[in-house]
Write a new protein. Structure first.
Length: 291
């Protein structure tokens, strides 16, 4: 196999390349940013009294929109202010979506990371560094996420400790049959830790060990099904496994890092192996987060 060395370019200093060129390349194929399966919703989107948003991207099957601000050269304060302004305008205009501000720059400086790190968690903000590289006559762009949207902690674990319910409450919200499905799922979970128990909260059925919550997966019984929400980072391997199994995936909730999967009658036995894999991945991820 032949090896060829590429050279790195500065888009800001290049006589032909510019911000519009970068914008057009991302608009042609938004997947190059590494945000998952997203589509272009708008480009140069006019913001009332606040300029133009470079790119607005939206998840194909999810409920998230990304407000993307592009900057050549080093990051600076004006761009973080602009990115937050655009994010704020869009989230107020379209509150039915989850919104994330994304800053794409050639040089994401340490000082800049420190500043935007202060907002991460309260303002969903990502920083992506882009590099232009040349190989022969061809020029390409390489993107690397240097600050991901902070996966928020389980606030409801603390808050809902004061809103505990019981099995009867959930049998009323769902049915006895769908709550019994939570028992079946618990048996799968107990192959990972036999001391785990169901914990009935107001908004979901979680898990606990020795009265301490460990909600790496949550259960929400409904009238004709049960929704499970394993907390797992979204990866190509997980996506392929879920798709191959034919699970009914509603979406991936980026803010909380959870898949939302609907299981109907007979689905637990049918998909027991893949469910165990998902629970195992979520359990191991939760143990890593504790460390």
């Amino acid at each position: 196999m032949r090896y060829e060395k590429f050279s790195k370019l500065s888009i800001r200093e290049h006589p032909e390349l510019n911000e519009r060129w970068v914008q057009d390349r991302i608009a042609e194929d938004p997947s190059i940013l590494g945000l998952g399966d997203v589509i272009l919703k708008d480009k140069e989107r006019i913001q009332s009294r606040a300029g133009r948003l470079d790119l607005l991207l939206q998840e194909v099957e999810g409920n998230r929109r990304y407000e993307v601000e592009i900057q050549l050269g080093k990051t600076d304060e004006s761009h973080i202010i602009r990115a937050i302004e655009y994010w704020d305008i869009e989230r107020k205009r379209y509150p039915q979506y989850d919104h994330t501000a994304v800053i794409v720059a050639e040089d994401v400086t340490t000082r800049f990371l420190n500043v935007i790190g202060l907002f991460n968690g309260t303002i969903p903000l990502m920083a992506i560094q882009m590099n232009a590289v040349q190989l022969g006559d061809a020029v390409s762009l390489v993107f690397m996420t240097v600050l991901d949207q902070l996966r928020l902690g389980l606030v409801d674990e603390d808050e809902e400790a004061h809103e505990a319910t019981d099995r009867t409450y959930w049998e009323g919200r769902g049915t006895k049959a769908t709550v019994a499905m939570a028992d079946e799922l618990l048996e799968i979970v107990r192959t990972l830790d036999p001391n785990l128990e169901l914990k009935y909260n107001k908004f979901y059925i979680g898990l606990a060990k020795e009265s301490q919550p460990n909600n790496f997966v949550q259960f929400r019984p409904q009238k004709n099904a049960i929704r499970i929400e394993p907390r797992i980072p979204k990866t190509d391997l997980i996506e392929q496994r879920i798709e191959a199994a034919g699970l009914d995936v509603m979406d991936y909730e980026t803010r909380w890092g959870r898949y939302r999967i609907r299981l109907g009658k007979g689905d637990i036995k049918k998909h027991e192996d893949v469910l165990r894999e998902l629970f195992d991945a979520a359990y191991r991820d939760s143990k890593g987060a504790e460390g």
